[in-house]
Ligand binder design. Structure first.
Ligand SMILES: Cc1cc2nc3c(=O)[nH]c(=O)nc-3n(C[C@H](O)[C@H](O)[C@H](O)COP(=O)(O)OP(=O)(O)OC[C@H]3O[C@@H](n4cnc5c(N)ncnc54)[C@H](O)[C@@H]3O)c2cc1C
Length: 512
């Protein structure tokens, strides 16, 4: 967040002069953070910088990324995956390199759209290649251009130039497209490409086009796998789905794939869960990817029609509504109670009304576009600010928010002490693997929770009531389980439905 920049204002220029703005608009108008959504404004950061941040984060756990190492092939049995790697280092010579054969328990192919893992697994990658919409993409240093804008000149029907300011002063990310561009020639000749920039931005003497650190030819492909893995080998990210970059969904979606798979695989590797838990990776992610592809393809069409909506990042594209309500591993007692209540009301009214049959099945709406804002199991767990730590004592009286407590390494069990007998819930929690859970008792009002005899990891006072308002708005169901990927796994009235959830997760250890 510190290294990134906010989204720049989009500026479309009047042609042929290319100097005066024909139109300007905000790509994503600034929003004020709320107690439940602290990160409401998208930020931009080059993927090369983001990767460096990831690599240094991994290094803290003693894990180093072996660059210059190519997976050539693999074979799997029911126990392991045997891989052949070529270790080339940074040599450009394709015939160089040392062969290494290694055996792993599991393998995740995050080797991009052309990756070998998907191909060797034999997964389908159905969809289309849009050859008519070719672009040249890359970065270029430009003198004389404001860093506050995303600059655009021309039309897709002729020549379209887009120069977006980046977090590096003077460096702009470019897209060059349009029917009158000779892509193969321009994408292989930096001088001709610079000439193209000069000619199609109004021949302005104040603009100086400099070094091009990288560039590439890009053809939109719109494709996805039919399943995310076979046996002990999985795919995630672009190796499982590719689509138009409109809407900026790709990397974000790939990270969510990895997160969805990683916590489940970690529990399997630690021996807490049976491998069947991994089936839910496929079940949960396929509908999200299908919706993402539909959204980005609609935006691509808008972008080619020069509709400014294609560049505006709205609520749906923030992906905060992405959910797994239909997943077979989530458990929602509140929904069951409400459905029962509605069924009772319906049977009472039946005699007076014509039957207007309601579908009790959860409608599959993976981006949450039609959802009414009520929290359900399978939704992204909201934050809550305004909490005060009561226990542990070393943190006592400090202000805290739930996002500081949720973590990728454990399930967080929120226990609202005014709605449920917290002792009963904690007693059942003591049966679960200790390192895989974090228990949080949330108090409100006068209900007393003895600090010295309550075996919870945290006791928090919901001073401002935000946690109650977002997690238990109706006062029904005082237990909420948040999964390691920040998704609500269970909403329960008490230990019974909570345990129903964990019986589906800690499948290897719990039988009761
Ligand atoms: C013009 C453009 C703009 C975009 N803008 C956005 C945006 O604003 N926001 C967003 O979220 N997404 C955006 N995307 C999408 C995003 O770039 C991709 O979704 C993302 O890079 C996919 O990450 P990945 O790790 O799955 O695959 P990749 O980034 O393709 O990485 C795959 C890696 O695997 C390596 N590899 C391949 N084969 C092998 C092998 N056999 N052995 C070892 N390594 C191998 C490759 O060298 C590469 O390093 C954009 C894409 C484009 C083209």
């Amino acid at each position: 967040m510190k290294r990134a920049i906010l989204t720049p204002t989009v500026r479309l220029y009047k042609m042929p002069e290319g100097r005066e703005a024909a139109h300007e608009f905000e790509m994503s108008p600034q929003r004020n953070p709320t107690p439940t959504n602290p990160f409401l404004n998208p930020v931009m950061l080059g993927q090369d910088k983001l990767e460096k941040i990831f690599h240094s984060a991994l290094a803290k756990y003693g894990c180093s990324v072996e660059l210059g190492t190519e997976l050539q092939s693999f074979e799997q049995t029911s126990y392991s995956v045997k891989v052949k790697l070529i270790k080339r280092g940074f040599s450009q010579d394709p015939s160089s390199g040392e062969l290494e054969e290694s055996v792993f328990d599991w393998m995740i192919g995050t080797d991009g759209a052309r990756g070998v893992v998907r191909k060797q697994l034999g997964l389908t990658f159905l969809g289309e290649t849009r050859n008519v919409e070719n672009f040249i993409v890359g970065d270029i240093y430009v003198d004389g251009l404001s860093q506050k804008h995303w600059h655009m000149w021309g039309e897709a029907s002729d020549v379209l130039i887009s120069l977006r300011a980046t977090e590096t002063p003077g460096l702009f990310n470019f897209v060059v497209g349009g029917k009158n561009i000779n892509h193969p020639i321009l994408s292989n000749n930096e001088d001709l490409l610079r000439k193209c920039f000069v000619e199609n931005t109004g021949q302005r003497p104040d603009l100086k086009f400099g070094d091009i650190p990288w560039m590439s030819h890009y053809t939109p492909n719109i494709r996805m796998v039919d399943k995310f893995g076979v046996g002990r080998v999985y795919v995630a990210g672009d190796s499982a789905h590719v689509h138009s970059p409109t809407g900026g969904q790709g990397m974000n979606t790939g990270i969510q794939d990895s997160f969805n798979l990683a916590w489940k695989l970690a529990l399997v590797v630690k021996g807490f869960s049976a491998p069947s838990l991994l089936d839910s990776y496929n079940e949960e992610r396929i509908p999200v990817i299908a919706e993402m592809i539909s959204q980005t393809t609609k935006l691509l069409k808008k972008a080619l029609d020069k509709d400014e909506a294609a560049l505006q990042t709205d609520g749906n594209l923030f992906q905060l509504g992405v959910n797994y309500r239909w997943s077979s591993i989530v458990v929602d007692e509140r929904k069951a109670i409400e459905a029962e209540r509605e069924a009772e009301e319906d049977s009472y009214l039946e005699d007076f009304q014509f039957d207007d049959e309601e579908d009790d099945e959860e409608k599959l709406d993976s981006y949450g576009i039609g959802h009414d804002g009520r929290l359900r199991a399978g939704d992204r767990a909201p934050d809550s600010s305004g909490l005060k730590v009561c226990s542990p004592l070393r943190l006592a009286k400090q202000a805290c928010q739930l996002f500081q407590i949720f973590a990728s390494s454990h399930h967080t069990i929120l226990i609202f002490s005014d709605l449920v007998d917290f002792r009963d819930v904690l007693r059942v929690c003591s049966l679960y693997p200790k390192e895989a859970i974090c228990t949080v008792v949330i108090t409100r009002g006068k209900k007393h929770v003895p600090l010295d005899t309550t075996p919870a990891d945290f006791i928090l006072d919901d001073r401002d009531g935000h946690a109650h308002a977002s997690y238990c708005p109706t006062g029904v169901c005082g237990v909420v389980v948040v999964r390691p990927d920040g998704v609500v796994g269970a909403i329960a009235k008490g230990p019974s439905w909570m345990n129903r959830y964990f019986r589906g997760i800690f499948t290897a250890k719990l039988t009761n």
